[in-house]
Design a protein around this ligand. Structure first.
Ligand SMILES: [Ca+2]
Length: 443
């Protein structure tokens, strides 16, 4: 009896009010409203008190803007509920301390929030997590740290899902010492004081995730392991070593992952390893030397991976080897790169180039020597029976300065199938009428 009366009232009240006033889709909330949805508890303005009173795994629903330094020390599910005035609820430290701390051993998910207003003198002004934290459609922005720190500090296991992003924080974006995954369309963008992600742990980028538009120290500084899958990208960053600086770490690019439009080069590899698989690519990057990659470690290109359309103002339009190793396997290609001086595709200074299988260095241009490859200072290059160096052009500005359309070997060794037509149809000048395959000086 009572129940049916209540149901009648619940139906009646909105109809009566709705007839008088247009009702918003959601209640208007700008202050903090927190409620334990699992236990059906009352709504309060003290989010920390609701978190502390929750049982492990309870859903804590939040509306509006909650100010404070929030700490989660047991398993929890935080869900931001949209309102008319606040579609994405805000956790705000209001310019003092960390916004959200997740303790070690705790599993937490955070869905549909903006995390902002953190200000600390070390890493983690926005989020400081030692636990297992999943961010879903959550934005971390406008937090502040000194330049060498970062808005997010992860020493546990963190994943960024959905459209989560870390952006426009002062200082770096993320400092990772644990395990970090970027999934879906998650992004780290425009953290203008510093790098996007500095990685001392295991960093994986999946799906269409991206690290973009960092103006000073590049997108990612990697000291341990970085794996890029799906169509993930690092693009539009500026840095002294380009989009990714890899310092003795291991970088693996799989599937159709891409490194593009970075200034300072696509990847700067200092004594580490970079392995390109699938159809991964370094494309459209620019640098003084090594437009696609500056390499003093090992770059292995497998499958149909490519280095394409990169530009060096000086040498090594695609790849500049400074004592490092470049191995091309399968159908890997270095193509369409350009240099303002020598080595349109590759400059090999005291390094080693091995072209295996059906790999190609093709359609690259240099304004001086070595349209495809320039070898100098004891560099070496070996070309296997079915690999080709073709349609590259030296002296592309046609001023008469520059030769060695395929390979210009200033000092070093050039070996393998080079006398068997594998280095063929390369040119000096733009016209394409003057075949100019291999020039040996002290080789
Ligand atoms: Ca020239």
């Amino acid at each position: 009896m009572m129940r049916s009366a209540w149901v009648g009232l619940l139906v009646l009240v909105p109809l009566v009010i709705g007839a008088v006033l247009p009702m918003p889709a959601y209640a208007v909330v700008s202050a903090c409203e927190a409620r334990n949805r699992t236990q059906g508890g009352p709504t309060g303005a003290d989010l920390q008190a609701v978190i502390d009173a929750a049982n492990a795994g309870d859903v804590v629903a939040v509306r509006g803007r909650c100010v404070g330094n929030f700490v989660v020390s047991q398993d929890a599910i935080l869900v931001g509920e949209p309102t008319a005035s606040q579609a994405t609820p805000i956790l705000d430290a209001d310019g003092s301390g960390e916004v959200l701390r997740v303790d070690s051993g705790v599993t937490v998910s955070v869905t549909n929030f903006t995390i902002t207003g953190g200000d600390t003198n070390d890493a983690g002004s926005g989020i400081d997590s030692a636990g297992a934290l999943t961010l879903v459609d959550t934005i971390v922005r406008y937090n502040r740290t000194p330049a060498l720190h970062a808005a997010v500090y992860n020493t546990g296991t963190m994943s960024m899902d959905g459209a989560s992003s870390v952006r426009r924080n002062r200082g770096g974006g993320i400092l990772n010492e644990g395990t970090l995954a970027l999934n879906d369309t998650a992004s780290v963008t425009r953290n203008p004081g510093n790098f996007g992600i500095k990685n001392f742990g295991a960093l994986t980028m999946n799906d269409s995730s991206s690290v973009r538009r960092h103006p000073f120290d590049g997108g990612i500084e990697n000291w341990d392991t970085l794996t890029m899958n799906g169509s993930s990208s690092v693009r539009g960053n500026d840095g002294s070593l380009g989009g990714i600086s890899n310092v003795r770490g291991d970088v693996v690019l799989n599937a159709s992952s891409w490194i593009s439009g970075n200034t300072g080069g696509g990847i700067g590899n200092l004594f580490g390893t970079v392995t390109m698989n699938g159809s991964s690519s370094l494309r459209g990057n620019r640098a003084w030397q090594g437009g696609g990659m500056y390499n003093s470690g090992t770059l292995t290109m497998n499958d149909a991976s490519s280095v394409t359309g990169n530009v060096a103002r000086r040498t090594g339009g695609g790849v500049y080897l400074n004592g490092g190793t470049l191995i091309l396997n399968a159908t890997a290609v270095i193509t369409g790169n350009a240099s303002g001086r020598g080595g349109g595709g590759v400059t090999d200074k005291n390094g080693s180039v091995m072209m295996n299988d059906s790999s190609q260095i093709a359609d690259n241009t240099a304004l001086t020597n070595g349209g495809g490859v320039a070898i100098r200072t004891f560099g070496s290059m070996t070309v296997s029976a079915s690999a080709t160096v073709t349609n590259n052009r030296a002296d592309f500005d046609d001023d008469g300065g520059g030769t060695g359309g395929g390979v210009y070997c200033r000092k070093g060794t050039l070996a393998g199938a080079v006398a068997d037509g594998n280095v063929n149809d390369n040119f000096r000048g733009q016209e394409g009428s003057r075949e100019n395959n291999i020039i040996r000086v002290e080789c």
